[in-house]
Design a protein around this ligand. Sequence first.
Ligand SMILES: *[C@@H]1O[C@H](CO)[C@@H](O)[C@H](O)[C@H]1NC(C)=O
Ligand SMILES: *[C@@H]1O[C@H](CO)[C@@H](O)[C@H](O)[C@H]1NC(C)=O
Ligand SMILES: *[C@@H]1O[C@H](CO)[C@@H](O)[C@H](O)[C@H]1NC(C)=O
Length: 461
Amino acid sequence: MMLRGITLLWALVSLTQQAPSQDKCVCEFENSQNIFPREKLSTVEEGASKCNSDITPQQTLDLEILLLGLKRRLPQLEGDVSILEKEDDGDLYGVVSLQVVENELLEIRQLLDRLNSTSRRYQRLTVDATKQLEDLKEEMEEMEMFDTLQVVKGQQDNQRLKRDLDQCRHDLQPSIHPTRRPERADCPHGDFKNISGPRVYTAGEYPGSYIYGAWGQDPKPEVGKEDWYWVVMLTSGNKFSNYVRRYSSLSSLVIGKSVPGNTLIHTANPTTNTIQGPNAVLYGEALYYNCYNQDAVCRFNLTAKTVINLKLPPGTRYNSKSNFCHLDECYHFTDMDLMTDESGVWVVYTTTQDHGNIVLSKMTDGEELRLTQTWHTSVYKQGVTNTFMICGVLYATRYVDKTIEEIFYSFDTMTGVERFDIGVFITKMTPNIYSLNYSPVDQMLHVYSNAKILSYKVIFS
Ligand SMILES: *[C@@H]1O[C@H](CO)[C@@H](O)[C@H](O)[C@H]1NC(C)=O
Ligand SMILES: *[C@@H]1O[C@H](CO)[C@@H](O)[C@H](O)[C@H]1NC(C)=O
Ligand SMILES: *[C@@H]1O[C@H](CO)[C@@H](O)[C@H](O)[C@H]1NC(C)=O
């Protein structure tokens, strides 16, 4: 550009060529205008390249990562919207996909907010850069005066440079720093960060026979049963069961040798207070599950072989009215999800007055059975595929494709803070996760998925 400036500068100068004498030639220059500010031009050029080298490498890397995230999100949103458009109005799946699309829009908005933001660490730099860029712009405008004289023909260059400078300044606009959750004292492992690949993967004792089910380890076992595992398979129409099957170790579960065998709730299946749906958990030698044909949680005491039940609040949806779903399928009889964490037993469900959004309640695990506290979330139950609790925080998953499930949502019962941007992916071996529960004993997620038994290690920071 400087070279061009100098070349064009010659046009400013009127050249007078005198008639040649015999042996020499004399040229006379006469400058009719102001001298082109060459120094200024170099300063601007230096400034602009300094802006590039000083600022952008530190900032644009983050921006590029975020942009890449956006680029991936948008086609997915587009796909889901077109699915939504194809569906009938008022149809259940229409509502579900609308929810999925809404979740995606929320994530995209969060990405945009993050794009717009720079950390406080860079704020000082930003102020300096803005001043510097304003000076540069002013000088560029001064130089534009020469344009009237056709000296700086490179107006396009100017404009390009100006646009780059504006862009540079725009990208550096400061914003609010995201707030961090305070450290919690009751969580011994730190914050939830990620999930390992599958650690246990087995077809169990009855390969392929029972599509729906649940399995795990009692977080509060009786003495001598610390290594025991339990399995509940929905043996009647993939919907109901009337017993818990137990194994004295993980290896006996994997090879399919059930030594303690079954503990029967009732000889009939299904009948009053037997198991409905796959989301059961064992805690303190008692099985917690959705009672057959009731808006209630049952607790089966494996020692006394007695069942008590607890009716959930009026309006609670049951009998496959508010299941876990993805776009192609709802998992029948998943109206309620029983869960364990470090602090005991929890239940996820929804009610008519909550418009189908997830309600979370903490339960007692002593002699009596009651709800101790309840939280209302803004995530639509039929827009998620499963939930689990870690350290008093509820996490929800959604189906991405046959091989990937995403943990996308969290609700912190201590702070009431909801997040839709968790973005932790579970690598699946089979498409549908019918039950998902966290074991505080070994920090594993236990998964029952299309007749397969799997576990994943939870990674904390
Ligand atoms: C970017 O952040 C600033 C400061 O928080 C805010 O005023 C502005 O509206 C944001 N711009 C966009 C496009 O979100
Ligand atoms: C989580 O773990 C997977 C595989 O183990 C890895 O590819 C991914 O980058 C991790 N994600 C985060 C947020 O650490
Ligand atoms: C189960 O029954 C046994 C024997 O009656 C009793 O000691 C125990 O406390 C009961 N467990 C629960 C959780 O109620």
